[in-house]
Design a protein around this ligand. Structure first.
Ligand SMILES: Cc1cc2nc3c(=O)[nH]c(=O)nc-3n(C[C@H](O)[C@H](O)[C@H](O)COP(=O)(O)OP(=O)(O)OC[C@H]3O[C@@H](n4cnc5c(N)ncnc54)[C@H](O)[C@@H]3O)c2cc1C
Length: 447
């Protein structure tokens, strides 16, 4: 006999854990959140000791929609006996390792969250979704899919992954084999910078032989965290963005790249300082080369089948650069393919012309099935909901949106969030025109 649930969440990373934490106090919802990892881990392959979270702790799993929740980061600090000391830290940044502890602390309190449970197939029986997992099957009225993005490997490197060519998400598993080796890091975003910083701090016997950092980007640029840019990470902007045409949304995403894909300023400064010390102060130097504006266009074995030879095409001039490497680290980002377990339903799911699920404002996908059975996609909506989607900033608001839809109740009411009036209707609603009888255009154009 199948257990019947209102909602099955697939994946229990921050996206679905937020749904779990916000659904717990509702009481009447029967939910399960299934994760294939043996326990709560957050990108274990890139959990470098110095890495810090790129957002404020207020953007935890719940605070922005329910600051009174027992699952806030502040309550975690209090319950684990560190609130006073955290307050004296005077830092807005928390370590990624501490954020992972917070996620584990929340998961441990929620019986609905189950680890060691991989979802293998989802079908639909006409009434409910049937979710097949390694620990049994469930029937669910709704699904919340939060399986995270997959590492993106450029075509030139496919089929070459292994001990000496790997994605940055696996970097932590290879740190013992780097001493004395010539390492090339590809990718000028945050992950690439974190790997480069880690390599630069290795010294003595642990030091790498040489370090090359190549990026397609025009330079090594900082994350834009200024306040008005941060308003692109507010619910008001997400709603506005969702209503635009697809072509306009793509243009905006290109223009906004540094708001989410830039490198933390402190990290850039630290790398720059380490490079200076390496070149002019330290006694044992390593050879470092920075190659911005280069796209990797070839990767083949070096002479005698040893090491690698990488071709890099200069994006400004089209010239070909070439570097040798023992180890290649691909900090080439992430993407969102439709998960394999959804393939039985793939033909019924509406997709954009780049293959992503077509999402309504409440993150449910349009699909050829009953309107009373919804599939929500969390963290797959950058093209539909904007740059905030792959980020932690709005995880709680997105989870609240999903729960409001499922319960058909505004459990977590949406309050105005922006300083800016993003669209004309909002401007008109918040600043009704004053019927003064004065023609403003004529008035303001008077000398
Ligand atoms: C290294 C790194 C650092 C980041 N740091 C920040 C940051 O500082 N600030 C910020 O705003 N954003 C950050 N992000 C972006 C984003 O916030 C994270 O990607 C975030 O973890 C997304 O949460 P998620 O739950 O959607 O996905 P994930 O965290 O990837 O979680 C998905 C979960 O789904 C599970 N799963 C997958 N397939 C199945 C299956 N078939 N069955 C069951 N379970 C499955 C996985 O085991 C995993 O636990 C970072 C991203 C990366 C890669």
């Amino acid at each position: 006999m199948l257990e019947h649930l209102d909602l099955v969440g697939i994946g229990a990373g921050p996206s679905n854990l937020s749904v779990a934490a916000l659904s717990a106090p509702i009481g009447r919802l029967r939910c399960k959140f299934l994760d294939r990892q043996p326990t709560q881990r957050w990108y274990p392959g890139l959990m470098l000791s110095a890495a810090v979270l790129q957002v404020s702790h207020l953007k935890d799993l719940v605070t922005l929609v329910d600051p009174t929740s027992r699952y806030t980061f502040l309550n975690f600090l209090a319950r684990t006996g560190r609130l006073h000391r955290f307050a004296s830290l005077h830092t807005p940044l928390i370590a990624r390792r501490e954020y992972e502890s917070y996620l584990r602390w929340v998961s441990d309190q929620l019986d609905e969250v189950q680890f060691g449970c991989a979802v293998e197939e989802v079908t639909f029986d006409g009434q409910a979704f049937r979710v097949e997992s390694t620990r049994g099957a469930y029937a669910a009225q709704h699904l919340s899919i939060g399986v995270g993005p997959r590492p993106y490997v450029p075509e030139v490197a496919t089929g070459k992954l292994g001990e000496d060519v790997f994605h940055s998400s696996d970097f932590g598993y290879h740190t013992d084999s780097l001493a004395g080796r010539d390492v090339v890091v590809v990718g000028g975003g945050q992950s690439g910078a974190e790997v480069v910083e880690h390599l630069l701090q290795l010294s003595g016997r642990d030091a790498v032989g040489s370090l090359t950092w190549a990026s397609r980007r025009i330079g090594f640029q900082p994350l834009d965290e200024s306040p008005f840019t941060n308003e692109w990470f507010h619910p008001d902007y997400v709603r506005y963005f969702h209503g635009l045409s697809q072509s306009r949304r793509s243009q905006l995403l290109n223009a906004q790249q540094l708001a989410s894909d830039g490198i933390s300023k402190g990290l850039l400064e630290s790398i720059y300082r380490r490079l200076y010390h390496n070149d002019f102060v330290d006694s044992d130097r390593i050879r470092t080369t920075l190659l911005p504006g280069r796209e990797v266009t070839g990767l083949c074995r070096g002479p005698g089948g040893r090491g690698w030879r990488m071709s890099l095409t200069h994006i400004d001039t089209g010239e070909i650069d070439s570097v040798g490497a023992d180890i290649v680290v691909l900090a080439t980002g992430y993407h969102f393919p439709l998960p394999e377990f959804l393939h039985p339903l793939g033909g019924r799911i509406a997709r954009t012309n780049c293959g992503l699920p077509q999402l309504a404002a409440d993150y449910s996908v349009s699909w050829a099935g009953p309107a009373g059975n919804k599939m929500f996609f969390l963290n797959a909506g950058k093209l539909s909901h904007g740059i905030a989607d792959p980020n932690l900033s709005l995880a709680s608001w997105r989870a609240a949106t999903v729960l409001n839809t499922i319960t058909e109740t505004p459990l977590y009411p949406d309050l105005r969030s922006s300083t800016c009036s993003w669209d004309v209707a909002d401007h008109a609603a918040t600043h009704p025109p004053v019927d003064s009888g004065v023609d403003l255009l004529t008035e303001s154009s008077r000398p």
